[in-house]
Ligand binder design. Structure first.
Ligand code: UT7
Length: 320
């Protein structure tokens, strides 16, 4: 049995913040942000939370797939910005949906979170352990930004994307994943420091810090290699692939990957212009945009790829 994506959904905060608005917060310009990243605006949570957006995205995906809550055997959420340390976002979604038959847990693979979740679901389905799963990528990164640091706060956005995955004769043909913890310091956000009655280290909130160039170099080298590896495993050539849906971090990274794969830019759809980088949310939100726009037809070969903090990366080749 293969694992097939049979429905998608997404949810974005109502408030959209254009680059020009950020010019009033930090020393930046619309021109810098657009030319260096392609981003024009991003959605920022005001009333929404990671869980509320994840639940909304999940409901849309279930409706799109025609799947009821009781049918879900597994719920996996890729997130680094859950509302609570515990219970997990996945357990909160389970409760909100009434998915009483599901096992639910979160994974932290940052911007590769959706791909890592898909990989776990793929293994569960192939082993015959489950039939139907919900995979979500959901983030409220705005709460983890230093809004005085122009090198990070202009890049990220909030939102959630979800997919229903079901056992089928068609679906995910190949998946590759990888991690490089040695280079993890290139993109970090510290959690609470050790603080208890025996030590007082004056805990201060920490924010996202990134060595942009290091992450950029990692992405343009690792992502095409992972995609090629996945296509090899699937026995598929790049020319046969209809769309490559990549993590939406930077238009220049996407263009570089297209060039390395010798494929036209049109095969690499983007929504970073209006969403920015939503970490684990990027890939499933883009997939849902494409699905809602009717751009995906049954039988199309699609590549999904994510990469980010960890460092982590993942790529999947699938039949729609
Ligand atoms: O989702 C996880 C994966 N993340 C990524 O894939 C991100 C990968 N990295 C990138 O996308 C790019 O490296 C960035 C978009 C983050 C930065 O672009 P860059 O072309 O690598 O710029 P840079 O960091 O080399 O900075 C160039 C200049 C610096 O000024 P000096 O030192 O040349 O005077 C920065 O201080 O741009 C300055 N700068 C800014 N200027 C205006 C940095 N941020 C800003 C800003 N507005 N927002």
């Amino acid at each position: 049995m293969l694992a097939r994506i049979i429905g998608t959904g997404s949810s974005l905060p109502e408030k959209a913040v254009a680059n020009q608005e950020l010019e009033t917060l930090v020393d930046t310009t619309d021109e810098w942000i657009k030319s260096r990243t392609g981003i024009e605006k991003r959605h920022i949570a005001v009333t929404e939370t990671t869980t509320s957006m994840a639940v909304e995205a999940a409901k849309h995906a279930m409706k799109n797939a025609g799947v009821k809550a009781e049918e879900l055997d597994l719920i996996i959420v890729g997130t680094v910005s859950g509302d609570m340390c515990f219970p997990s976002t996945a357990c909160q979604i389970q409760s909100a949906l009434g998915a009483k038959n599901a096992t639910a847990f979160d994974i932290n693979a940052a911007c590769a979170g959706f791909l890592f979740g898909l990989s776990i679901v793929d293994a569960y389905i192939k082993s015959g352990r489950i039939k139907t799963a919900l995979v979500v990528g959901a983030e409220t990164l705005s709460k983890m930004m230093d809004w005085k640091d122009r090198s990070t706060c202009v890049l990220f956005g909030d939102g959630a994307g979800a997919a229903i995955v079901k056992s089928s004769d068609e679906g995910i043909l190949a998946l590759v994943q990888g991690s490089d913890g040695v280079r993890g310091s290139a993109l970090t956000c510290h959690n609470r420091a050790v603080n208890n009655p025996y030590v007082d280290n004056g805990f201060k909130t920490d924010y996202t810090k990134m060595n942009g160039q290091e992450v950029y170099k990692f992405a343009v080298k690792t992502v095409p290699a992972a995609i090629m590896q996945a296509m090899d495993k699937a026995g598929v050539s790049a020319d046969q692939v209809k769309y490559f849906l990549l993590h939406q971090a930077n238009i220049r990274i996407i263009e570089a990957v297209a060039k390395k794969l010798n494929q036209p830019a049109e095969k690499f759809p983007t929504n970073l212009q209006e969403c920015g980088n939503i970490s684990a949310g990027s890939v499933p939100i883009l997939l849902d945009f494409m699905n809602q726009e009717g751009k995906l037809e049954r039988g199309d070969l699609i590549v999904l790829a994510g990469f980010g903090a960890g460092l982590t990366w993942g790529a999947a080749v699938l039949t729609w």
